[in-house]
Write a protein that binds this ligand. Sequence first.
Ligand code: UDP
Length: 383
Amino acid sequence: MYDSIIIGCGFAGAVVARELAEKKGKHVLVIDSRDHIGGNCYDRYDEHGILIHQYGPHIFHTNSKNVYDYLSRFTKWYDYSHEVVGKIHDSEIPIPFNLNSLEMVYGNWAAGMEKKLVDMFGEGARVPILELMNQEDDELKEIATYVYENVFLKYTMKQWGKSPKEIDPAVSGRVPVLLSRDNRYFQDTYQGIPLHGYTAVFEKLLAYDGIDVRLNCQGKDVLRLDPEGEVKIYFEGEPFAGQVVFTGALDEFFDCRYGRLPYRSLDFHFEHYDKPFYQSHGVVNYTVSEKFTRITEFKYLSGQMDTRDTTIVKEYPMPYTGQEGEIPYYAINNAENDALFGKYKALVDQIPGFYLLGRLAEYKYYNIDAIVERALQLAERME
Ligand code: UDP
């Protein structure tokens, strides 16, 4: 019999499983509905030998030495500094919009504008676009309007079906206006891609005595609520008094009894080309045109720079409706949806030893490092 059952085998589930087995001596079962480990970080070699991220680009970055050191137990790193450009008509400007972007757009005018920006916010500042929009000065307003319209508006309309003003400000705040000449997408101390890919990291995380993994298995195949609808847990038909860590979509575990929690989904279109490179950077954001938001060219991420051919993926955002085959990727955080989440969470709070962890289960926008940190903390807290 298991001490702990973990639903979902992404970073949240895999790190908790490892910690519970290794530090607490638990016998752990990790289940996942897919036919592979790794959740949305799953990567694999495609038929051309290029390491692709099946569920979109995942670039690890963190300021936490603790998280970096922890993951470094399971992998060496490909020293990749992620750079993104925005394709605006015929030009490609660094994203986040920074002082180099400013110069590309405004030429001779840029020096004066730069001084104004730096005087107002300080050198190196990270200014959310919505904050820049509030400035009174005409030149600052001009920059803000340019960036809003050419970097944020159409990309965000595609990604969320709403304008940047209508979504949680924290989301557009992830990609600020950056008052430096650092063209990297992230400024964190540690960044990189696991040298042999993410899936290999998961294989090592899970290769530990006391951890069993069951794939192609839905949470509801093993765990059931009380037949009367009470929130008691049954494992394979018997009442289960152990720990459960749930990392999936919480509404679906409760058969959406209060209605569906809205998530945003993506449709990935992979393409392969018989030429060494497709584009100038690992990711190109299409901020003013096209139906897809961005194109990722994987060889930049994997470091396979010498291959004669290349694989890319285009991301087409779409609503998540819960239909077979669709995948929820992003919580859509706003007051109404967060309140609905609160109702589901209240059900869970009645079940002793039932923990929620991760993007889906906590209905939050977590990066890899944040979820690894939370997983480590949760495992430490669990008896
Ligand atoms: N965003 C944008 N234009 C860009 C990049 C980002 O409008 O060129 C906005 C968009 O709303 C996006 C959010 O900023 O959803 C966060 O971007 P990030 O790159 O962090 O998204 P992720 O990689 O997590 O999908």
